[in-house]
Design a protein around this ligand. Sequence first.
Ligand code: PHE
Length: 383
Amino acid sequence: MTAVLRLLRLLALGLALFPFARAAAPAAAPAGDPVKIGFFMSLTGRDASFGEAALRGARLAIDDLNAAGGILGRPVELVVEDNRSLPGESATAVKKLLGRDKVVALVGECASSRTLEAAPLAQAAGVPLVTPASTNPRVTAVGDCVFRVCFADPFQGAVLATYAWKNLGLRRAALLVDSSASYSVGLAEVFAKTFTGLGGEIVASQKYAGGDKDFRAQLTAIRATRAEAIFLPGYYVEAGLAARQARELGLTATLLGGDGFEAPQLLEIGGEALEGAVYSTHYSAESADPVSRRFVAAYTARHGRAPVGLAALTYDAVQLIADAATRAGSVERGPLKQALADTREFAGVTGRTGFDENRDAQKAAAMIAVRGGKCVFVESVRP
Ligand code: PHE
């Protein structure tokens, strides 16, 4: 164990003696029937890195809640379902969580397509669903039971296009879009609209399907357009592979991405090909905010690495449900949903979180650049 890690562990131990985040002290040990929160994510399969990060964030939140007296004095239990990154499996998972486990609320998914699959079931059951990270606008439009604690893609796409145009001086951009993912299609649209609105040109729009491994045909077509930027609104596996193949084909264009880039595996897969790439995400573990710093210390002590944004957002999603239940004085679906909708100023790890009339949160985007083989925080862009 490195000295830094040892220090962080000590720090976390110290923190455990103090109430974490919003908890009231001193807390009596929770008792009675557990309050069940359902969690569904891609714990295995193609997007497993997302599921792993989210689960780590959720578990830390549950442990902190239980250490601080639980929810309304009852212990909190996370009921975990894995959708294996496969279409259809999120619906199956949520049916189980609702029918078998009678969860009071749901946390999931990360990928917008999978949240869109599950959200109508939560809505039909009247059980609140809080997605930590699905950014497609259609997600919360499913109904009044669906909330998101992160920004949405009309914001993210505009931030990226503006950054590409203004900060990076790019004028000719190509798109490489995962046509099987709502996230990718939606984010590409907003990017293209904003970029052309600024005077830029979209010189190519190529497609692939999530799970593809060979992007050479699309990249060869892009090469012919002499694009200065390639926007990859996809997830880390395909983005990393496409980056590598782009460089192999001699493309030197600046690579741009959205929050789907954020996974430790991105650099493992893409390696040097990603040098100079820029992407947007939800959070930086370098944040000086005290709530965030406590979280980063506890998370790092437990896992030996700093949290990605998804872990932080999922921590917030779980804590926010507990906060709403406490304000409602109930975990019944009606009062819980109302208290969630009334959330305005929740002091989360990822910043102040409140819901607007569409149950969306307005959050800043963190711009990250790949420099010297590391993902470096560049700046924060406010809505
Ligand atoms: N925003 C992505 C989507 O909606 C999911 C994502 C969030 C991926 C955060 C990585 C990190 O599909």
